[in-house]
Design a protein around this ligand. Structure first.
Ligand code: PMV
Length: 287
């Protein structure tokens, strides 16, 4: 009996979600939360052992990621699930790294990214690949579909993550945006432009905050925000955030607020019973 472990990093999208599905660039960053998988070899069919993730699609994801025979799979995570923080991608990368360790093969980025698509497809249908690129690389990542992701230098920023308390369904949100094309083309263009405008000077925090505010408004027009997400973004701005936007597919999930000092936003959130935490971006690779 042998034990093999792997880890994947969670992420937040700073700018460019949804537009990335249509070939625009997105900017995302690893967070210091992630998912760890342990594979223990045994003489029976591959089965799920202890799991912090409960999802009806999990069995199918395991069938795609692993051989049908030979492993007990234990999963641990500190990432909130279904929040837009890339929990399924972190799981995919953790599974692949553990499998590579068990098979004595190298888990290079190209292999992780290629295999990661098949696992992410179980959860999201047609993922852009952004989530599992960041889950594998950590750091700050510029990502365009069908191109090698680019790690970019970004000095650390403080953010507060505010949880709307309801999970968004990434597959459904992406399908909704697709069904409203081509009418929403200009909005997708603008989301892509915001990335291009900011990427040359990520150190300009007020400009990044303003771009996040605008991105939130555009995502709202695109039909993926909710009254709860709008309220969280407003709360963060009223409490001094430089900018705030939904992050991820929307329809639920999280708001990401760029802050100088997390305390006022955290206090405001706690007073209203909203789950919130602060962290520093970008965090490096989880494994
Ligand atoms: O909700 P998340 O964290 O899985 O982010 C989805 C990001 C989208 O751009 C909406 C979809 C994608 O595959 O890139």
């Amino acid at each position: 009996m042998s034990r093999h472990v792997g880890a994947g990093t969670g992420k937040v999208i700073l700018l460019g979600e949804h537009a990335v599905v249509y070939g625009h660039r997105a900017l995302a960053a690893g967070v210091s939360l992630g998912t760890r998988v342990a594979l223990t070899t045994h003489g029976g069919p591959t089965t799920l052992g202890d799991s912090a993730i409960r999802d009806p699609r999990l069995e199918r994801a395991l069938a795609v990621a692993l051989p049908a025979w030979g492993y007990r799979v234990d999963i641990e995570t500190d990432l909130p699930v279904g929040c837009g923080m890339g929990s399924s991608a972190a799981l995919a990368i953790a599974l692949l790294r553990a499998r590579a360790d068990a098979e004595g093969r190298s888990a290079d980025f190209d292999w992780l990214h290629r295999e990661g698509f098949a696992i992410e497809a179980v959860f999201h249908g047609t993922p852009s690949g952004l989530d599992h690129a960041v889950a594998a690389l950590g750091g700050a990542v510029l990502y365009r579909r069908d191109e090698a992701p680019q790690t970019v230098a970004m000095s650390p920023v403080h953010v507060v993550v505010l949880d709307s308390g309801t999970a968004g369904d990434t597959g459904a949100m992406v399908a909704g945006v697709r069904s409203r094309r081509p009418g929403n083309e200009a909005l997708l263009q603008r989301l892509g432009q915001l990335v291009e405008e900011r990427v040359s000077d990520l150190g300009d925090r007020p400009a990044l905050g303003a771009a996040m505010d605008e991105a939130h408004a555009v995502l709202g027009e695109l039909g993926v925000s909710t009254p709860a997400l709008d309220e969280l973004a407003l709360l963060a701005r009223q409490r001094g955030a430089l900018g705030a936007k939904l992050s991820g597919a929307g329809g639920g999930g999280i708001v990401l607020a760029l802050v100088e000092d997390p305390t006022p936003v955290l206090r405001g959130a706690r007073r209203r019973g909203i789950r919130a935490f602060s962290c520093t971006l970008p965090a490096s690779e989880a494994s």
